[in-house]
Design a protein around this ligand. Structure first.
Ligand code: CTP
Length: 470
């Protein structure tokens, strides 16, 4: 563990620390401990120490439209701010359903809160009508978010310790929705070790917090940290929690081309050469790539499964059509050739249905080789930077797969056993080995969706390393 010796700090830092410690009546060591402790406080609970630190109206609040907020108003002087809060939330299209604690009723009336919210005000756990009508469980579940404002020291203590003896605390225990609290109390109560302990417990329980702010208290002569966050700060915090900005996806900006399923090679208008591929594995990979943010073009042979979500799917019949669509979709960063392309097609596709003449069939069926799509990409001038093939084998899996990797100039081969005992073709599970020039990774038997997700994670890691190395 690292250790810091105050003596070794630079002079300016030491002086600043000395002054801070003197101001707070602490030794320098105690002051360092306090600073480290502050740093260690969970982020959502960082107290907004001055109104100046808060950037007003910097967050898009349009996501509040149509959202349902259960507002639990606690018993503190700051309860009056909730009237403004409700008005501002409703202006933005949110539906606010208020719950008043018995103590809150000393500060605001159900009548005024009801008039501003335009909804029924809930006050008593044992109100027979309310319990019959909606019930505390439904009350807690029907909201998108629960806000407690003001959250008094008593309310925080109850929440931290799991009390459920009135409507507000019962709703808070019963909910499965995010909870945001806006503490408001006297600065001494806020800094009391019991409140601070509760604050940490609540943070660890995943409760979000805004404020309290620093400033004058309602009681004359009292100032410090304990003022409830202003209504607009609360509106912004609520908007942020309800419609959080989506994290950028790991493969955003990457383009992928996939093939999937079998191909059908016509012999005549009603007969064709095909194989047992279901398309399940290729389609699952396409969807997993799209979920990871990639732009995905899937060229699929004839399959009986639906197109994957978020993917541009092009349906084809033959290997030649598949190749044409793959090459027309270049350039791409990633190409994964999962299709079980028919290796051969009929040399002379009959225009009319072939007839049995006097009980005689054709002497033979002449076949010609189909183009190898993967190999074509491997040697293409627009070769995708990550080229992945599949190797469906019934024997000597690793040997054949390695040979294919080389012959087709691919980066990775996902090799799978397609012997009839393997049950891969058409089944839902797959046992594969991921083979590159430098490595062979044997994966356990997994569902095809799991194989897809694992492969996509490998692709994400591959591009992460590439970015780091660039
Ligand atoms: N592949 C392709 N075009 C073909 C044949 C295969 O793109 N005409 C691709 C498959 O999609 C797969 C890889 O090449 O990614 C290996 O396919 P596989 O059928 O296992 O191998 P083949 O090259 O056909 O060799 P063999 O039939 O001799 O095993």
């Amino acid at each position: 563990m690292a250790s810091i010796t105050i003596r070794n700090l630079d002079e300016a830092t030491k002086q600043a620390l000395r002054e801070r410690a003197a101001r707070n009546g602490n030794s320098m060591e105690e002051e360092v401990r306090l600073l480290l402790n502050e740093l260690n406080q969970p982020q959502p609970f960082r107290a907004v120490s001055s109104a100046a630190e808060v950037e007003p109206h910097s967050i898009d609040t349009s996501g509040l439209a149509g959202k349902r907020i259960l507002l639990i108003i606690g018993g503190g002087i700051a309860a009056y701010k909730c009237l403004d809060l409700i008005r501002r939330l409703r202006e933005r299209g949110a539906v606010v359903r208020p719950v008043l604690t018995p103590a809150a009723e000393e500060f605001v009336t159900p009548l005024s809160v009801g008039a501003i919210s335009g909804d029924k005000v809930f006050t008593d756990l044992f109100d027979r009508e309310d319990e019959h009508d909606i019930g505390h469980i439904r009350l807690s579940r029907e909201a998108d978010l629960i806000v407690v404002a003001p959250a008094t020291a008593d309310m925080m203590a109850k929440m931290a310790n799991g009390h459920a003896n009135d409507l507000a605390s019962t709703v808070l225990m019963a909910t499965n929705k995010p909870v945001l609290i806006a503490p408001a109390m006297n600065p001494q109560m806020w800094s009391h070790s019991a409140t601070q302990r509760n604050r940490v417990t609540l943070a660890n329980d995943g409760i979000h917090m805004i404020g309290p702010n620093a400033g004058e208290m309602a009681e004359s002569g009292e100032a410090g940290i304990g003022r409830m966050a202003e209504p607009m700060q609360l509106v912004e915090a609520i908007a942020k929690l309800i419609s959080p900005i989506a994290e950028p996806k790991p493969l955003a900006g990457k383009r992928a081309i996939l093939t999937s399923g079998p191909t059908h090679e016509p012999i005549d208008p009603v007969r064709y050469i095909a194989n047992r591929s279901s398309g399940k594995q290729g389609h699952a990979i396409a969807e997993a790539l799209a979920n990871a943010g990639a732009e995905v073009i899937l060229v699929s042979g004839p399959v009986a499964i639906p197109n994957p979500k978020g993917v541009e799917t092009i349906r084809v019949q033959t290997a030649r059509e598949m190749q044409a669509m793959v090459e027309a979709s270049l350039p791409a960063d990633i190409a994964i050739m999962v299709a079980a392309v028919a290796d051969w097609r009929s040399a002379d596709e009959a225009d009319e249905k072939m007839k049995k003449e006097n009980g005689k069939g054709p002497d033979s069926l002449k076949l010609v080789e189909n183009p190898d799509i993967l190999k074509g990409l491997g040697h293409h001038k627009k070769r995708p930077s990550l080229l992945i093939g599949f190797a469906a084998e019934t024997e000597k899996l690793e040997k054949h797969a390695k040979a294919k990797l080389k012959r087709k100039n691919a980066d990775w081969i996902v090799a799978n056993d397609v012997s009839p005992e393997g049950g891969v073709m058409g089944g839902d599970r797959n046992t594969v080995k991921l083979i590159s020039n430098s490595d062979i990774e044997a994966w356990p038997t997994l569902g095809k969706v799991e194989v897809a997700e694992r492969l996509v994670q490998k692709i994400i890691d591959h591009f992460d390393v590439e970015t780091l190395e660039a």
